[in-house]
Design a protein around this ligand. Structure first.
Ligand SMILES: Nc1ncnc2c1ncn2[C@@H]1O[C@H](COP(=O)(O)OP(=O)(O)O)[C@@H](O)[C@H]1O
Ligand SMILES: [Mg+2]
Length: 243
C-alpha cells in the first residue's frame, strides 16, 4: 500500500509543475494574408506577470485568440493546464479559468445594462443571482465604476466600456488573466485603479498586451515582444520596444 501512496504523491508533484499555458511551435496565417505566427513557443507559469508588446499587426491579439481556441493554428500544439486542446470541446473547461479581455470591448458587451453584462459570466458559471450580483458589484466598485451599474453598455465612452468589460472578466474570478490592451483609452485615474486591481488580485498568472509596458512598473516580472511571428524576451531597457 505504501508504494501506492508514493505514486499518488509523485503524480500531484508532476501536476503542480505543469505550465498553465503552453504553446509549442504554433504557426498561423489568415486567408489572403501572410503567416502571422511562425513556429511560436509560449509558456505561462504560475506567478508570471507578463507584458506582451509588439508592433501593430504583429499578431498579439491573434495569439490570445489561439490560446482560447477562438482560432485554430495551422500547426503546433496548445496545452492548457497540462492538457492538449484541439477540439472546441477541449477548450470549454479551461475557458472558465482563463479570463480574456478583448481588445475591443464591443466584442464583449451585449446586455441591456452594465450589471447584467457583468453578472452574466458568474450566472453562467452556476452562481446564484444574489451571489452573482454581489460579486459583480464588488468588481464594479473596485474599478471605480459602481455608478455605471444601470447604464446601457453601448452608450458608454470607450474607456468606460473597457472598465465594464474588465469587471465582467474579473467577476468570473479566473485563475489566469489575458488582457488585450486594457489601458488603451483609459484616463490616468482609471489606469491607476486598473493597475492596483490587478496587483491586489489573486491570480495564478497575468499576461497584458500593451504599448505602454513602462506604465506597468513592478506589476510585471517578464517582458516579451512579438516580432516576425515569434516571441523574444525583452531583457534590458535598450531592448524596450518603440511601439
Ligand atoms: N480576421 C482577419 N482576417 C484577415 N487578417 C486579419 C484578421 N485579423 C487580423 N488580421 C491580420 O493579422 C495580422 C495580425 O493581427 P493582430 O493579431 O490583430 O495584430 P496585433 O494585435 O499585434 O496588432 C495583421 O496583419 C492583421 O491585419
Ligand atoms: Mg491587437
Amino acid at each position: 500500500m505504501d508504494s501506492g501512496s508514493g505514486i499518488v504523491f509523485d503524480f500531484f508533484a508532476v501536476e503542480y509543475e505543469l505550465s498553465l499555458i503552453r504553446l509549442d511551435n504554433i504557426s498561423f496565417g489568415y486567408p489572403n494574408c501572410g503567416q502571422v505566427l511562425k513556429g511560436l513557443d509560449f509558456v505561462v507559469e504560475k506567478g508570471d506577470r507578463i507584458a506582451l508588446t509588439g508592433g501593430n499587426g504583429a499578431g498579439k491579439t491573434t495569439l490570445f485568440h489561439i490560446i482560447l481556441g477562438l482560432l485554430t493554428p495551422q500547426s503546433g500544439r496548445v496545452l492548457l493546464f497540462g492538457k492538449e486542446c484541439r477540439e472546441e470541446e477541449d477548450f470549454k473547461e479551461p475557458r472558465k479559468k482563463i479570463g480574456l479581455l478583448f481588445q475591443d470591448p464591443d466584442d464583449q458587451l451585449f446586455s441591456p445594462s452594465v450589471i447584467e453584462d457583468v453578472s452574466f459570466g458568474p450566472l453562467n458559471l452556476g452562481m446564484s443571482r444574489e451571489d452573482a450580483l454581489a460579486v459583480s458589484r464588488k468588481w464594479l466598485d473596485r474599478l471605480g465604476i459602481a455608478h455605471l451599474e444601470k447604464r446601457v453598455p453601448y452608450e458608454l465612452s470607450g474607456g468606460e466600456k473597457k472598465l465594464v468589460a474588465l469587471a465582467s472578466i474579473l467577476a468570473m474570478e479566473p485563475r489566469v488573466l489575458l488582457l488585450d490592451e486594457p489601458m488603451a483609452g483609459l484616463e490616468s485615474q482609471a489606469i491607476k485603479r486598473f493597475l492596483s486591481t490587478v496587483e491586489k488580485g489573486d491570480f495564478d498568472a497575468v499576461v497584458i498586451i500593451t504599448h505602454m509596458p513602462q506604465m506597468l512598473g513592478s506589476l510585471v516580472n517578464k517582458k516579451l515582444r512579438l516580432e516576425e511571428g515569434k516571441l523574444k524576451e525583452v531583457l534590458s531597457p535598450t531592448d524596450e520596444p518603440l511601439c
